[in-house]
Write a protein that binds this ligand. Structure first.
Ligand code: ADP
Ligand code: MG
Length: 348
């Protein structure tokens, strides 16, 4: 089921939570909505589900205009971060719940509901746990059960709102891989909300980066990482440094000195601009011509690398640079840096 979201807006008490959002989701695609807290991810998900009414715009499910359909009519499956399972019900009853509460005309028989719930337990790789109660399960197991419950109604669309948000890092990572495999097996059109860029990039076919109720960029992990459309996307997607530069006659200058960097095809006019750099895209060099000169003010060890904190220019702008763990560089040392990759954005 493909979903077309066209020029959707939503305000709460005049506060614009979503502004003119358009997005086409392909049938069978796994899309991640990625953005900081308050950027409108949950609101967009609830609008797709029919849990909130649109102020403007339309939402199509396939050829059907679903803009004003009820939650039931849209037939979506949900999992939320804290969508607690029913404590007093066994795992099997939890999974079968959505079927058991259907009007009798469309309700499968008790035996059929049981059979389907057992099959879903197999699918989520928890066979044999059907008679346990939620309190007897780990957090990760509970979220897998919640997913099985969402799948039981055979939804046209699966909506997941930070489903792994409350779990610890290791379990999150395992479930991420598990969900991707499950998705490849079942092929549901899936919208996954997260504020974790690593989770979004690892899991999704395409990532929708959101900020302040707007879509900043839609693209594959490679596209948003390698060609971020805005400074916001650049800094949200990974570690970043920004330097104030000026473009003069098409050349990049920093602190009055020209940098030996081609401006590339970035359509940045002469005037103030920002040069964005990732810590691992800066190399220490002996050749000072046109390079960035700075003073090391500190070093930090992270798991696989060492990070240098460097001050550059008369304004003492701070850069972080990733170097091999074996690098022996002392504080107060003067270094020169050459960017291997960068992005330039107009600052006008
Ligand atoms: P996210 O899921 O990205 O954290 P939300 O969609 O929950 O963001 O919220 C977007 C904005 O809309 C936030 O500023 C939030 O405070 C506001 N908002 C969301 N739901 C409501 C509501 N029911 N009433 C008032 N404001 C809301
Ligand atoms: Mg949210």
């Amino acid at each position: 089921m493909d979903i077309r979201i066209q020029k959707v807006s939503k305000a709460f008490d005049r506060f614009p939570a979503l502004h003119d959002v358009s997005l086409s989701i392909r049938s069978g695609e796994l899309i991640a909505l990625l953005g900081p807290s308050g950027s409108g991810k949950t609101t967009l998900l609830r609008l797709i589900a029919g849990l909130e009414a649109l102020d403007a715009g339309r939402i199509h499910f396939g050829d059907t205009d679903a803009s004003h359909l009820s939650v039931q009519e849209r037939n979506v499956g949900f999992v939320f971060q804290h969508y607690a399972l029913f404590k007093h019900m066994s795992v099997l009853d939890n999974i079968g719940f959505g079927l058991a509460v259907r009007p009798w005309r469309t309700r499968p028989s008790g035996a059929e509901i049981h059979r389907r719930a057992e099959a879903l337990l197999e699918l989520i790789q928890l066979p044999g746990l059907g008679h346990r109660f939620p309190a007897q399960l780990s957090g990760g197991q509970r979220q897998r059960i919640a997913l099985a419950r969402a799948l039981a109604i055979e939804p046209r669309v699966l909506l997941l709102d930070e489903p792994f948000g409350a779990l610890d890092a290791k379990v999150r990572k395992d479930l991420r891989r598990w969900l991707r495999e499950l998705h490849d097996e079942t092929g549901h059109t899936t919208v996954f909300v997260t504020h974790d860029q690593e989770e979004a990039m690892e899991l999704a076919d395409r990532v929708v980066v959101m900020s302040n109720g707007r879509i900043e960029q839609i693209g594959t992990a490679d596209e948003i990482y390698d060609s971020p459309a805005s400074p916001f996307v650049f800094s949200f997607i990974g570690a970043s440094n920004a330097l104030k530069v000026t473009i003069e006659y098409g050349r990049i200058h920093h602190a009055g000195q020209p940098l030996a960097l081609p401006k590339g095809d970035a359509a940045v006019p002469d005037g103030p601009a920002k040069l964005y750099l990732r810590p691992h895209d800066l190399r220490l060099t002996d050749d000072g011509a046109g390079a960035i000169r700075g003073i090391v003010t500190g070093t930090r060890r992270t798991s696989g690398t060492r990070l240098l904190e460097i001050e550059v220019g008369p304004q003492r702008e701070r850069l972080e640079v990733e170097v091999p763990v074996s690098a022996t560089i002392a504080a107060r040392e003067t270094v020169t840096l050459r960017p291997e990759r960068w992005q330039l954005y107009s600052d006008a």
